[in-house]
Design a protein around this ligand. Structure first.
Ligand code: GDP
Length: 325
């Protein structure tokens, strides 16, 4: 067996010196479902934690086809031209099941992947959103410790994953398209409410006029929402990810946001609240998985389900019994 066992300290010092191999290895440990790796990853994360937190974390969402990969590539290249170090991560609990929309996919960001100041990691697999999100959150910490100062978290505009991503980022960006007059339909109210910016992509060619009209409509729609506790007024901008236009404007806006929310201390408060949320979330996930993985439960649960099915016990009595085990 030529595989060398690498110690926690070696991995951590590798990460802190910006070694991408060490970073990738540590992330693989985070993504491992082997319970014996948990202790090791927890040690790594604890040791990296003091070196994280000096970044901006940006969430990007939008329906498949809106241009997320194209946008992130253009945006990432702009950021690296400003001497930033960019990590692109993803939360996509569906990808492992459907293989439909694999986010943060290297093959879709051909230019960025070649850039030595960019690090792209596809979504971890897993069938629970909680698990996938936790892994991504832990990965953020390692990337920051490795010197990445701009973290982009991509997610797909369907389902609950936006809420999870919103709870781990400083700035949340919604990519939209100008539609055929139905711009405001089909948008989940909750997502608009979370957005710090709506960026209308594909504002090019024949689409430009519709995009400009959509901008007016989105601006009007945003006024219907109550003011945010960040005191930041969400902005609507146009861009063409394909032609790489309107991209620097998005970054300038995020810098404005950072300035505003640092001055009024929302930035820090928000991160503290997110940490509290993740603490509780981690406990919940852990209690659940410990319960379902316990051998007694694995044995008794199917039996109790059978008994409930045939009316020999009630769901509540069965639950009480299982919990008592
Ligand atoms: P994703 O599924 O949201 O990641 O979307 P992609 O980035 O894969 O883009 C979907 C399609 O839209 C691709 O064919 C892109 O070339 C195209 N596309 C992306 N951005 C633009 C843009 O700004 N203008 C135009 N015209 N096409 C774009």
């Amino acid at each position: 067996n030529r595989k060398k066992i690498i110690s926690v300290d070696d991995l951590v010092s590798g990460i802190l010196s910006g070694n991408i191999t060490a970073l990738s290895r540590a992330i693989t440990l985070i993504e491992s479902t082997n319970p014996s790796h948990t202790k090791k990853t927890n040690e790594i994360i604890t040791k990296c934690l003091p070196y994280s937190n000096t970044s901006i974390r940006i969430g990007i969402t939008g329906v498949p086809g809106v241009g997320k990969s194209t946008f992130i590539e253009a945006f990432g290249i702009h950021l690296t031209s400003l001497q930033k170090k960019v990590a692109v991560l993803a939360v996509d609990p569906s990808s492992s099941l459907s293989q439909g929309s694999i986010l943060g996919d290297k093959t879709r960001m051909v230019d960025l992947v070649k850039n030595e100041n960019a690090f792209i990691r596809p979504s971890p697999s897993g069938n629970s959103l909680g698990g996938v999100a936790r892994k991504t959150r832990e990965t953020i910490i390692l990337c920051e410790a490795a010197g990445f100062d701009t973290i982009i978290i991509e997610t797909v505009g369907v389902g609950q994953s936006e809420t999870a991503v919103h709870s781990m980022v400083d700035f949340f960006l919604l990519l939209k398209l100008a539609g055929a007059g139905d711009e405001l339909q089909g948008i989940k109210r909750g997502i608009i409410e979370m957005a710090d910016a709506i960026v209308i992509n594909k504002a090019d060619g024949d689409n430009l006029k519709a995009a400009k009209m959509a901008k007016v409509e989105f601006n009007r729609a945003l006024h219907l929402y109550p003011a945010k506790s960040s005191e930041w007024t969400p902005k609507v901008t146009l861009c063409s990810a394909l032609e790489r236009e309107g991209i620097p404007e998005v970054w300038n806006m995020i810098e404005d946001y950072t300035k505003t929310t640092s001055e009024n201390q929302y930035f820090e408060t928000n991160r503290n609240n997110q940490n509290k949320f993740w603490l509780l979330q981690t406990i919940e996930d852990r209690l659940k998985s410990d319960f379902y993985n316990a051998s007694k439960i694995k044995l008794a649960l199917p039996q109790q389900i059978k008994l409930v099915e045939v009316g020999k016990t009630t769901p509540f009595a069965a639950a009480e019994y299982l919990l008592s085990l």
